[in-house]
Design a protein around this ligand. Structure first.
Ligand SMILES: Cc1cc2nc3c(=O)[nH]c(=O)nc-3n(C[C@H](O)[C@H](O)[C@H](O)COP(=O)(O)OP(=O)(O)OC[C@H]3O[C@@H](n4cnc5c(N)ncnc54)[C@H](O)[C@@H]3O)c2cc1C
Length: 226
């Protein structure tokens, strides 16, 4: 169980932004919205003093970040033994093109969560967490797929990371060039980027009478506004 968390989160020595502190946020609404919209989470921790970072899918339920994988998964086995982890997610909103190479940047929204993961071994919580992850990837999909069998559940490790020590960082706006560079003839501005779903491609063996579910007609990332 995770404790009740304050909102905004307490700023710790670790989550206090030093570089561009004005871009930092510690309120739950900002942190949760970024976690929910991001499709991919990178989870890092130390193995015998050496760094290890793995891209994974995730899901959030309140102040819990859930991750899952095969029982043999190196990361999940290690995390389940109580080592500290840092999970990050990033949304790229645009490329910021300045006149000078030095001032190029990106518009982004990112979150870093620090915490000691716990192993989710209660079957009911494990099933609920897996539903959260499936629905995080595509809202509505958990109810529209076969739930894990007892054997599949055994083969799956689920861990939770409390969202109690975390920060968000957001960059918006155009390039910030040095004054003497503004008159240079290089194009400057922002190239917006977004994650868009393409047309669904039916499986080769999909029966003709299976209709496209409504949630696939216009899929959106939660909170993305599109
Ligand atoms: C897509 C992307 C690309 C980036 N590219 C670069 C790059 O090429 N070079 C570069 O120097 N920086 C880059 N950044 C910014 C980078 O993430 C760091 O914010 C920055 O490097 C400052 O690092 P620091 O260790 O000095 O931060 P500090 O301000 O000292 O970090 C202290 C604390 O602030 C919080 N924090 C810092 N950065 C972030 C963040 N991005 N998201 C959430 N919380 C944060 C954490 O809690 C961290 O422990 C990029 C960010 C994104 C999202």
């Amino acid at each position: 169980m995770t404790p009740d968390t304050p909102d905004p989160l307490d700023v710790t020595a670790r989550t206090r932004l030093r570089r561009h502190a004005e871009r930092g946020h510690h309120d739950r609404a900002t942190i949760d919205a970024i976690l929910d919209e991001a499709l991919v989470c990178h989870v890092g921790f130390a193995v015998e003093g050496r760094p290890w970072v793995v891209p994974m899918l995730h899901g959030r339920d309140g102040d819990r970040l859930y991750l899952h994988g095969a029982v043999g998964n190196h990361l999940l086995r290690s995390l389940a033994t109580g080592v500290e982890a840092c999970a990050t997610v990033t949304l790229i909103d645009g490329l910021v093109l300045a006149r000078s190479a030095f001032h190029h940047s990106v518009n982004y929204r990112s979150v870093m969560v620090f915490g000691t993961p716990w192993l989710v071994d209660d079957d009911q919580e494990k099933r609920a967490a897996l539903d959260v992850i499936v629905d995080h990837v595509l809202p509505g999909r958990a109810d529209d797929s076969r739930p894990a069998s007892p054997r599949e559940l055994e083969l799956t490790t689920v861990i939770g990371i409390p969202i109690t020590e975390a920060s968000a960082k957001i960059r918006t706006g155009g390039p910030v060039d040095d004054e003497e560079d503004v008159a240079l003839g290089h194009w400057a501005g922002v190239l917006p980027l977004e994650l868009r779903a393409g047309e669904p491609i039916p499986a080769d063996d999909l029966a003709d009478d299976v209709v496209l579910p409504a949630y696939l007609a216009d899929p959106r990332r939660p909170g993305s506004g599109r």
